[in-house]
Design a protein around this ligand. Structure first.
Ligand SMILES: [Zn+2]
Length: 74
């Protein structure tokens, strides 16, 4: 009887952890996606007119550049 009770508890725990584990990365994924969306505002490179995200852009005195090369050229 005790063994059966433990088995039931084990199954419940397994189900609980399955859902718990499954829901945690999903929430993190959503959080990351939101962060990604915030970062992905596109800006134009002052030098070569390439569009880059603000996360990738190099900002020099309020102007955006796609790379250090473009920054040095300008
Ligand atoms: Zn550029």
């Amino acid at each position: 009887m005790l063994l059966k009770a433990l088995l039931v508890i084990g199954v419940i725990a397994a189900i609980y952890f399955f859902f718990f584990k499954k829901s945690t990365p999903l929430t993190k994924e959503r959080y990351d996606k939101k962060r990604k969306d915030d970062e992905e505002t596109m800006v134009e490179c002052e030098s070569c007119s390439t569009y880059i995200s603000t996360a990738e852009a190099i900002v020099v005195s309020g102007k955006f550049y796609c790379s250090t090369e473009c920054r040095d050229k300008a």
